[in-house]
Ligand binder design. Structure first.
Ligand code: CA
Length: 224
């Protein structure tokens, strides 16, 4: 899962980024509206956490532009605690939820999960391909009754492929879901993650395969 935080307080951004990486999530940090627009144009995000007071304007002005780009993406607005006007204005502008600062990362995650459940077209709860089941809520993969334990990057690869099961996922899309903004991408590291993942799927007895389409990307499908 890849989130975009639009917030100019660097301390808060790095704390949240560290907290989310423990949940195997990638956080892109945009310190201004301009940065946010660039990030949205270049990456696919599963949710936006939006502060209002930004150096180049009110965060709420981003919402109509987000909706124009990809209408369903959940937007959570950060507000000052107890400020009812801010909350109401945010919701009026099309935010899906608000969160008072300071907040606990668990609360943020719970609210994101709730928003994603409300829009099943964007994020179905579970993907099933053959005997492989991927639960997007708990972010757990199972084959039959066995849990498949995966390190972060392999989990992110499988999650992205499972979300688009049966469809080819471009290399660039996969790299985006596996690497953050500032990560260095080694040219062959995606393939290395995929081949470890294939081995683990095989070892656990999954009847699915990660099919590679030369020069394009990968596809998760039933094993032929
Ligand atoms: Ca701010």
């Amino acid at each position: 899962m890849r989130l975009l935080l639009v917030e100019d307080e660097l301390e808060m951004a790095s704390a949240l980024s560290a907290a989310l990486s423990r949940y195997d999530m990638i956080l892109d940090h945009a310190p201004s509206l301009d940065h946010a627009l660039a990030a949205l144009a270049n990456h696919v995000h599963d949710g936006i956490i939006l502060d209002r007071q930004l150096p180049d304007g009110d965060g709420l002005s981003l919402i109509p532009r987000v909706r124009a780009l990809k209408s369903g993406i959940p937007v959570i607005v950060l507000t000052a605690r107890g400020n009812v006007d801010e909350r109401v204005k945010g919701l009026d502008m099309g935010a899906d939820d608000y969160l008072a600062k300071p907040f606990a990362v668990e609360e943020l995650l719970a609210r994101l999960r709730a928003l994603m459940r409300r829009s099943p077209d964007i994020a179905p709860m579970t993907a099933r391909i053959g005997n492989l089941e991927f639960d997007f809520d708990s972010r757990q993969a199972r084959v039959g009754d066995r849990a498949l334990e995966l390190p972060r990057r392999e989990l992110l690869v499988l999650e992205t492929l499972a979300r688009r099961q049966g469809r080819t996922v471009q290399r660039s899309t996969l790299e985006e879901s596996v690497y953050g903004y500032d990560d260095e991408i080694q040219s062959n590291s995606l393939d290395a993650h995929v081949s470890r993942l294939r081995r683990k799927l095989l070892d656990i007895g999954a009847n699915v395969e990660i099919h590679s389409i030369r020069g394009v990307g990968y596809l998760l499908r039933l094993a032929l």
